[in-house]
Design a protein around this ligand. Structure first.
Ligand code: FES
Length: 159
């Protein structure tokens, strides 16, 4: 098994701490993976291997769970994660244009990270705040009623 450092932290140590905190049981898989994702920024392959070994769950099932939950990522993400609501209520009030500008500004597609690791661009389903659509979320910041002309200024707030 490979041992590595991600995000400045020892992957094995992060996994073992998460498992020790929640318990080495399949019932705690989501909290364990959430902790690992939070600490490392994503869930590297060696972390999947170690969680699998410690809780006795096949790696294929772990990958399947980690792929299902949007809050978990099996790939490194940028320093800032942009989530763009792609559902119809946001779409029809200008979301399509905002989405186009976002992709133009960042020069990436959905699910990709900019070459400088500054942003990862994701789509999301309805965030429950359709009344202020189009909606863009960057990290913990929620932007509503976003107009195409505001996108560059919003992005400039994030280094
Ligand atoms: S459709 Fe975008 S927040 Fe509901």
């Amino acid at each position: 098994m490979s041992v590595g450092i991600k995000n400045g932290k020892d992957v094995m140590q992060v996994v073992r701490t998460a498992v020790a905190q929640h318990g080495a049981t399949r019932d705690e898989l989501i909290p364990i993976l959430t902790d690992v994702n939070h600490e490392l920024g994503y869930i590297p392959h060696e972390a999947v291997e170690e969680v699998s070994r410690l809780i006795g769950m096949p790696q294929t099932q772990l990958f399947s769970v980690a792929s299902f939950y949007e809050m978990l990522s099996l790939r490194p993400r940028g320093r800032h994660v942009i989530k763009f609501c792609e559902n119809a209520p946001c779409h029809v009030v200008g979301g399509r244009q905002v989405w186009q500008i976002l992709r133009d500004e960042l020069q990436v597609k959905s699910g990709e990270t900019t070459p400088d690791d500054r942003f990862t661009l994701l789509t999301t389903s309805c965030l429950g705040i359709c009344a202020v659509g189009p909606v863009v979320v960057i990290d913990d910041d929620v932007y509503g009623n976003v107009e195409p002309g505001q996108v560059a200024g919003i992005l400039a707030r994030y280094e």
